[in-house]
Ligand binder design. Sequence first.
Ligand SMILES: Cc1cc2nc3c(=O)[nH]c(=O)nc-3n(C[C@H](O)[C@H](O)[C@H](O)COP(=O)(O)OP(=O)(O)OC[C@H]3O[C@@H](n4cnc5c(N)ncnc54)[C@H](O)[C@@H]3O)c2cc1C
Length: 380
Amino acid sequence: MLGLTEEHKIFKKTVADFVKNEIRPYVETWEEEGKTPRSLWKKCGELGFLGINYPEEYGGMNADYNFTVIFHQEMGKCDSCGTALGISVQTDMATPALVKHGNEFLKETYLKPAISGDMICSIAVSEPDHGSDVAAIETRARKEGADWIINGAKTFITNGTQADWITLLARTSDAPGYQGLSLFVVPTNIPGYSTGRVLKKTCYNSSDTAEIIFEDVRVSEDHLIGKEGMGFVYQMEQFQKERLAGCVLALGAMKRCYELTKRYITERKAFGKPLFKLQTISHKMAQMISEIKLIENSVFACAMKANAGIDFTKDVSMLKLITAQSQMRVMEECVQIHGGWGLMHEYPVARYFRDAKLTGIGGGTNEIMKEIIAKMEGLE
Ligand SMILES: Cc1cc2nc3c(=O)[nH]c(=O)nc-3n(C[C@H](O)[C@H](O)[C@H](O)COP(=O)(O)OP(=O)(O)OC[C@H]3O[C@@H](n4cnc5c(N)ncnc54)[C@H](O)[C@@H]3O)c2cc1C
């Protein structure tokens, strides 16, 4: 990619080696166990992967956003999207608002150990009755003296059984819609906090996804992130990083599947010649790599804006919509080209195919991306 320095290239190799040696050999086990072990967060922390863009004073690398893109792209190639998701929740979904708006106490107590990999965190927005309509959430935090008392439930929470703390979006007043929401850090080892059902999924099996329940959970007022009533705004900002990370993971997954398929069509023969000699197959490959390259260019265009501190809400909404659609097509074609083997567990394309659907649902569905884009086009 244009604009990548020698440092970026060295970092890419470091992450690629890490994925090859520390993740891929174990993903079958983690898929069966339904979660990725805590030790992986620690290993990532030791290599600086959990605080790439974050200030050095909290253990971060203070690096530019291209490093983040490189990291998630290589993680997307780890053959288990669930593992890559769990780590990306820590780096780009649960922590951006804390870094930008959190107080010193929160950064020292929660951010630092999240960057070092000693603590695992989650982002808790979705509720049993409210997903896309974030402004309608019902989990409530009410002020009592110098404390906040939290009641309610969240669902679909990634890292939900392992998190040491969560970033929680809760209702703090009856002000209409989004104005009544605030963002908190909540430790999970305190009275009233519990994990509900661990959800059985059709995909992302190396990631633990759970319900969490709050029954009179008490946190002191310094657990509020930024200002009361600003939670929706902070979460919408935070979603931009989440969506970009999600697109990059999808890009990495698509690249890996493309490469595996490219290798397969040189080895597999039909009617006396390798599959790649069939024009229908080589044209499918040409279509796939074209979509992948265009998505890669758009990812780096978003990263440039992230580096410059320019709002990229519209860009990343468009990117997420197109990436989600393209990922479904690419994974389906990769399986098709593998024939029956494409549906067997022993071929990673099978899992990539199965895992592809989440990009168009998690962190804002395709329909919600279209809503945002249409609104920003003045077509509300
Ligand atoms: C594996 C997995 C991991 C997840 N991890 C987390 C996590 O860590 N933290 C977290 O908070 N959440 C998480 N989520 C939840 C995810 O973000 C939500 O599933 C997503 O936002 C959609 O919400 P919903 O499932 O409630 O669907 P709903 O909001 O009920 O939507 C149902 C359908 O209606 C459509 N729809 C809704 N509103 C509109 C509209 N205005 N216009 C057009 N169509 C509309 C949607 O696009 C969708 O097709 C996770 C989900 C999954 C599956």
